[in-house]
Each structure stands twice: as C-alpha cells, then as structure tokens.
Design a protein around this ligand. Structure first.
Ligand code: TYD
Length: 137
C-alpha cells in the first residue's frame, strides 16, 4: 500500500441477517498503529471542521452515520471524497491538507489517528503547508 497518497480503503464486511459487522485492525486494514480515536458530531449545517495538516500523523476517517465531504490537498492537487458508509474510510497520510464539510444532520465522523493529540504536530496555515509539502517531495 502506498502510504503517501490519500485513498479510500474498503473494510471487511461480515453480512448477517442480524446486522452487518465491519472491523479495523492496526497495521492490517489501515497501515499504521492506532494511538487515538476521536469523534466529530453535532456539526451545525454549513460549518467546516479541520482545515489543517499534520507534520507526521496519519489518519483514517469513517462516516459512522450520515454523510460529509472530506476535501484533501497533497500540496499539488485537491480532491473531494464523499463519505457516507461505515464499511469504508479515507486514509489521509501525513502532510495532507484536509477539511471536513457538508455534514448531514446526525452525521457522526470517526477519526482514527496514528498519534496522540499534539498541537505542535498541526500545520494550520495553508501557505506554510504548501512550502513544507514541497520541501518534502
Ligand atoms: P482540532 O483538531 O483543532 O479541530 P478542528 O481542526 O476541526 O478545529 O481540535 C479542536 C480542539 O479540540 C483543539 O483545540 C484541541 C482539542 N482536541 C483535543 O484535545 N484532543 C484531540 O484528540 C483533538 C482532535 C482535539
């Protein structure tokens, strides 16, 4: 798996008449060790979350319910992913600018991260991100 490129990852889906089941294992379905999981929810219509990149942290984002868009930029190109199912998610490698928007009512966003929360890992200025991303290429 190419860790440097954002991509959709399909999760295992165990179909069952009693209800379906999906799961995520560290270093298996996603290519990093899980250190932290956080949830974004009750986002008012029209609001935007995110709008930053990380120096070294990788993330995997799943829409556990409802839907939202994730706009990613690798420093060269921008792409919009619409997430609306529990059985796939978006892998976002470090040094990728990402923002989350167009949240539906009752949208529940789960973010799995390769690192503990650390403000110094954030890049919050887009021009700084572009420069750092260019230097890393
Ligand atoms: P942040 O990641 O900045 O969200 P957004 O980019 O959508 O604004 O997080 C908002 C605040 O929440 C931040 O000031 C610190 C806190 N926070 C934690 O304490 N732990 C975490 O794991 C996360 C993701 C955020």
């Amino acid at each position: 798996m190419n860790y440097t490129k954002h991509q959709i990852i399909q999760l295992p889906k165990i179909l069952d008449e009693r209800g379906n089941l999906s799961f995520i294992e560290s270093n298996n379905h996603i290519p990093f060790e899980i250190k932290r999981t956080y949830l974004v929810y009750d986002v008012p219509g029209g609001d935007v979350r995110g709008g930053h990149a990380y120096h070294t942290m990788n993330e995997f984002i799943v829409a556990l319910s409802g839907s939202f868009d994730v706009i990613v930029d690798d420093g060269t190109n921008s792409k919009t992913y619409s997430l609306n199912r529990s059985y796939y998610g978006l892998l976002i490698p470090k040094l990728t600018w990402r923002s989350l928007e167009n949240f539906s009512t009752n949208a529940l966003c789960m973010v799995i991260s390769s690192g503990y929360y650390d403000e110094s890992n954030y890049i919050r200025d887009f021009e700084t991100f572009k420069r750092i991303s260019l230097e890393a290429k």
